[in-house]
Design a protein around this ligand. Structure first.
Ligand SMILES: [Zn+2]
Ligand SMILES: [Zn+2]
Length: 344
């Protein structure tokens, strides 16, 4: 089976490379109530398959999130298909900047329970009543106002290595936690100007609606997220107010924004900001480790893991060791380091 998939993928890739036309890489998302996500999915699949569109699209009862590539000669026809559906009326489309149009090999449209997991029941709040969208430049200008409250809607492992100056960065491991913490933290700020940001904008789209549901009156969000902010300020030569690195969800793990190192090795506290996963497979903890500690601990998060990894590698009977649940990001490690910094 694996072999079959592999060949298939290679074939798809060869097909894509052999194409004689150009493709546009685009993305868009919107929260919107869909009663029949499955039917909707089948309908757009047919429309877009017929136009040789490729990409990865998620459909849920709460909306659509799409990243795709569209043949240039079918682009007008593609835009026409959007016109058929209420959810896509006047939807803002983002175009990839550095684009060779070869980002996707096939068209995948999946139905999911949610676009962004929030742990809340469907209909717990109106996901379509979102905050005001600010462009990267507008966000940059608004940050200068000292009376705004800036909130990082990402998890701690993301904000730890990069964030906007003076942003509130909740100590959350998941988006669900994040929502709860933010509403608590900002209890007495319901009439102040709140600025939200995340990586690509989709988490803020939901978070802004959640805050409005909780009585916040002036909720604003960075449209297109940090990715778009960085692109916009670079294009006009402004100095970034986002410091450090932007965590991204591909092999690169992060994009350097302004060269500052905001984080420290979780083991020794040396300034360092590259994440890795613990080398002991059953642990797989995501953490920050400097090269010196990497050598000392054989790329493991702790001496226990180092020992266990060693046994697994050298002792054939180790396959009998009970499997472990992978650990979550170790918030306590970060907190312990911050405490240490405060004391010293
Ligand atoms: Zn270290
Ligand atoms: Zn470990």
């Amino acid at each position: 089976m694996v072999l079959h998939n592999k060949i298939n993928r290679e074939e798809l890739k060869a097909q894509l490379m052999a194409e004689t036309f150009n493709r546009k890489t685009i993305s868009f998302y919107r929260y919107f109530y869909l009663n029949e996500p499955k039917e909707f999915r089948d309908s757009i699949y047919k429309d877009w398959f017929d136009l040789d569109c490729l990409g990865r699209i998620y459909v849920a009862r709460e909306g659509v999130n799409a990243q795709m590539s569209v043949p240039e000669h079918h682009y007008d026809a593609f835009i026409k298909t959007l016109g058929k559906y209420e959810i896509f009326q006047n939807i803002p489309i983002k175009y990839a900047v550095e684009d060779d149009g070869k980002s996707f090999f096939k068209l995948t449209i999946k139905v999911r329970p949610k676009l962004v997991a929030d742990g809340l029941a469907d209909g717990a709040f109106d996901v379509t009543n979102v905050g005001k969208h600010l462009s990267g430049i507008e966000f940059h200008e608004t940050l200068k106002d000292p009376d705004t409250v800036v909130v990082d809607m990402r998890n701690l492992y993301e904000s730890e290595i990069g964030r906007f100056e003076n942003a509130i960065c909740p100590e959350a491991d998941t988006f669900k936690e994040e929502l709860e913490i933010v509403v608590d933290l900002l209890e007495d700020k319901k009439d102040e100007k709140v600025l939200l940001y995340c990586t690509g904008g989709i988490r803020c789209e939901k978070a802004s609606a959640y805050l409005k549901h909780h009585g916040f009156n002036d909720v604003n969000q960075l449209h297109g997220g940090v990715l778009e902010y960085v692109r916009q300020i670079k294009s006009v030569g402004l100095e970034s107010k986002f410091l450090g690195k932007n965590f991204v969800f591909d092999e690169r793990m992060a994009e350097d924004v302004n060269g500052q190192i905001l984080a420290s090795c979780h083991q020794c506290g040396t300034p360092f900001d590259t994440h890795k996963n613990c080398e002991n497979d059953p642990c797989h903890l995501l953490f920050i480790q400097c090269p010196k500690c990497a050598e000392q601990y054989d790329d493991c998060c702790s001496s226990e893991c180092q020992e266990e990894a060693h046994i697994r590698k050298t002792d054939p009977a180790s396959s009998l060791l009970p499997p472990r649940q992978p650990k979550k990001y170790r918030k306590s490690m970060v907190m312990a380091l911050r405490e240490k910094e405060k004391v010293s």
